[in-house]
Ligand binder design. Sequence first.
Ligand SMILES: CC(C)(COP(=O)(O)OP(=O)(O)OC[C@H]1O[C@@H](n2cnc3c(N)ncnc32)[C@H](O)[C@@H]1OP(=O)(O)O)[C@@H](O)C(=O)NCCC(=O)NCCS
Length: 164
Amino acid sequence: MKPSSSNPGTIDFFFCGKSEDTKIHQGLIDRLSNLDDQFFPTPWNSQKWNEVLKHKSGSYLIGVCHDVERVYGFALFGTSNPDSAHLYKILVDPELKRQGLGRTLLLDAMSLLKEKKHKSVFLEVEQSNFEALGFYRNLGYKVLVGKKDFYGPMRDAFAMEAIL
Ligand SMILES: CC(C)(COP(=O)(O)OP(=O)(O)OC[C@H]1O[C@@H](n2cnc3c(N)ncnc32)[C@H](O)[C@@H]1OP(=O)(O)O)[C@@H](O)C(=O)NCCC(=O)NCCS
């Protein structure tokens, strides 16, 4: 059956990295890396995904919508700064866009981060990514500042923030 907003798999959240015992299955890491590689504007390679989710060099929260075969969407935050969590990546499979999955991933993660006493979420987004800008604005994120050439020459970013 084609996945839909009423049946897109389950959403799990994992706190991982330094001082967390969470073990994320290699198959899940590979599926995250594949989806990122196919559809994220600035993908990481699989080595970086393994570093982040398996090694103990930082602290992270990841929310994943998945079933046994597929990952449908994810949101990944750096949580090393106790005040402000950093949203590194949020992605929804293009087949499932505009059905509320991104909103659920982001708002549920923000509730968990608030429970962990983070006060805000911070992110960068490319100024030409109107889809993501509309999404973040809809969910209460405000532009803090522009960052020239943040993603490379002529690829400016906005830094945005939401207070939890
Ligand atoms: C940004 C992204 C995660 C949004 O996920 P999504 O599941 O499609 O978003 P939702 O359906 O939950 O949308 C929630 C709200 O965001 C806004 N929004 C979402 N997509 C939008 C678009 N293309 N244009 C304008 N507003 C948009 C809308 O207000 C929407 O509410 P509505 O549908 O009731 O009007 C998704 O578009 C994506 O994966 N983009 C590619 C990866 C990316 O660029 N990530 C961000 C990098 S910084």
